[in-house]
Design a protein around this ligand. Structure first.
Ligand SMILES: [Zn+2]
Length: 291
């Protein structure tokens, strides 16, 4: 967000508002424009540019970290993302032809996702509701952060409610590259409310994957990890998920509850799609045989 204005070439649009801004942060600027009803045309233009910018993004043809992530989780798992870009959905689409994929939540909206306004379903942006046949509504990306009310949006509030419920039952939670910025105060509060109820549980794993140093991370996440197990990795490929793909919970139980030392089974991160998929086939075959 800090260099968004420059990246998306918003200087002219912002100049047209006639306002002076104390911050160069896009979210602050957007919030100020949002507060002024006379600037609704400019606001809509800004929203469109942001939306189109992310909508145009596409994964490269070879396997990416997104492919590795979605292949390493199972259908019982959830990915909740704050990202607007389409990479996660594109990864699920191309790997989902062959593998059962984790389920997803889009906590800040997403350009690939649409939803039925009657609450029947969410699906691909541009598609129709399987229940009532109405076109799916695309999700809103931008909210005035100062008002901290994005969770009042119909689609997003449902995503958050599901997330809160999941956290109450989750056994392992990995936080991947999320800085928990102060502008996300309502998000953090929701997370905390959901997580706090697990205080009496004595088995769960909280993993933070982030390049920041551990002191910073402990500060950011202290409300969640105090009295809980946690580990920090600076790279996804060192994480529990990447070293025990599709078997994270099983590996954890064997290692720490049954005290059986287990070896890592790291995903082949340099493999092409053919190699990658045949590597994961072995894992899914065992899953299929047991369900
Ligand atoms: Zn519907």
């Amino acid at each position: 967000m800090s260099n968004f204005v420059e990246t998306l070439g918003f200087e002219d649009l912002i100049a047209r508002t006639g306002l002076s801004f104390s911050s160069t942060n896009f979210e602050d600027i957007y919030t100020q424009i949002h507060q002024n009803p006379k600037l609704s045309n400019i606001r809509e233009e800004l929203e469109k540019v942001v939306y189109d910018y992310f909508k145009g993004m596409e994964l490269p043809d070879e396997p990416t970290i997104y492919d590795h992530l979605v292949l390493s989780l199972r259908n019982k798992d959830f990915i909740a993302t704050f990202n607007w870009d389409p990479f996660l959905v594109q990864a699920i689409r191309r790997n989902g032809q062959r593998f059962k994929m984790p389920r997803t939540l889009f906590l800040h909206g997403n350009v690939e996702v649409g939803y039925c306004q009657d609450g029947h379903m969410m699906g691909n942006n541009g598609g129709h509701c399987h229940h009532c046949g109405e076109p799916l509504t695309r999700t809103q990306l931008l909210y005035p952060v100062g008002e901290k009310n994005y969770h009042l949006d119909e689609f997003i509030s449902r995503q958050w409610a599901t997330m809160a419920d999941l956290l109450k039952h989750a056994f392992m939670v990995s936080i991947f590259g999320y800085g928990a910025p102060t502008s996300d105060a309502s998000a953090i509060a929701l997370l905390k409310d959901a997580w706090v109820s697990v205080g009496e549980r004595n088995m769960e794993e909280f993993e933070i994957i982030d390049v920041r140093n551990e002191d910073d991370l402990r500060e950011t996440w202290s409300r969640f990890i105090h009295s809980h197990h946690y580990r920090v990795e600076n790279n996804f490929y060192n994480s529990w998920i990447a070293n025990h793909p599709r078997r994270t919970g099983e590996a954890y139980l064997n290692q720490f509850l049954k005290a059986q030392f287990i070896e890592n089974n790291p995903l082949p991160k340099d493999a092409n799609f053919e190699e990658l998929w045949s590597w994961y086939d072995r894992l899914q075959e065992v899953e299929n045989a047991h369900t």
